[in-house]
Ligand binder design. Structure first.
Ligand code: SAM
Length: 237
């Protein structure tokens, strides 16, 4: 945990409390325990979990000036990344963790109970359906996603959920610039505008990671998102 303690100060500009550090410890234990029974993560070394799951998730604080009291939805959260680390680090953030796989959400619900995290809601839905529902469409200040889909489809999953003036942040790898270019039409059509692509480096990792930040500047036209599966099968080009 010393890696987490020493690096969060630089990422977050504040120290995690003892309680928060204990919550991260407990999350690691739960992740490794549940991972023996279901496929939650390919990363099983605790030090790697800190870097590739926790620090990577918390790196979003580099491009969001203030998480407290904002609403955030993590689309395709899987075992809770980046949403869970953000909810631990920012207790006033209201985090919705969405995934189409029910059993991963059971892990998240169990973990939130065990960690005493009251600022997380788990939603079982496809992003396309959530984007057309009254409860989720244009409701969120911040929409985040890591490792869910190619950029054009991801834009159709995420931009409809952001409120006008909100932001979408896509966590990408080394092809971020090229992928964002490929999604230019989708970003524009769905009401977004590229704000910045921020490079970040994490301890012990050779390759940089990129945060693609998109401002929601107009409401998303009613015809988007299209029905489940279409954004991936017939991406906007
Ligand atoms: N974001 C997590 C992470 O980085 O560790 C999980 C990544 S995992 C590779 C992709 C997740 O996205 C899976 O849990 C999958 O069920 C979910 N997913 C894919 N397409 C989705 C969709 N259209 N709506 C909701 N969830 C989706």
């Amino acid at each position: 945990m010393s890696l987490l303690r020493s690096h969060t100060k630089a990422l977050l500009e504040f120290d995690l409390s003892e309680r928060q550090l204990r919550q991260f410890d407990a999350l690691t234990d739960l992740l490794l325990d549940w991972n023996q029974r279901m496929n939650l993560t390919g990363i099983t070394d605790p030090a790697e979990i800190v870097v590739k799951h926790y620090l990577d998730s918390l790196s979003l604080a580099q491009v969001v000036s203030q998480f407290d009291s904002k609403t955030l939805i993590d689309v395709g959260t899987g075992a809770g990344f980046p949403g869970l680390p953000l909810a631990i680090a920012f207790p006033k953030l209201r985090a919705t963790l969405l995934d189409s796989t029910r059993k991963k959400l059971r892990f998240i619900e169990y973990a939130c109970d065990a960690l005493g995290l009251a600022n997380v809601g788990a939603v079982h839905a496809r992003a396309e359906d959530a984007g057309r529902s009254e409860a989720h469409r244009e409701r969120y200040d911040i929409v985040v996603a890591r490792a869910v889909a190619k950029m054009p489809a991801l834009m159709e999953y995420t931009l409809p959920l952001a409120r006008p003036d909100g932001q979408v942040i896509a966590m990408r790898g080394t092809a971020a610039f090229e992928e964002t270019n490929e999604a230019a039409k989708a970003i524009d059509l769905l009401g977004g505008e590229l704000f910045t692509i921020e490079e970040l480096r994490l301890p012990t990792l050779d390759n940089p990671r990129y945060l693609v930040v998109i401002d929601k500047i107009r409401p998303t036209p009613r015809r988007f998102p299209r029905s489940a599966g279409l954004p991936e099968r017939e991406p906007i080009r």
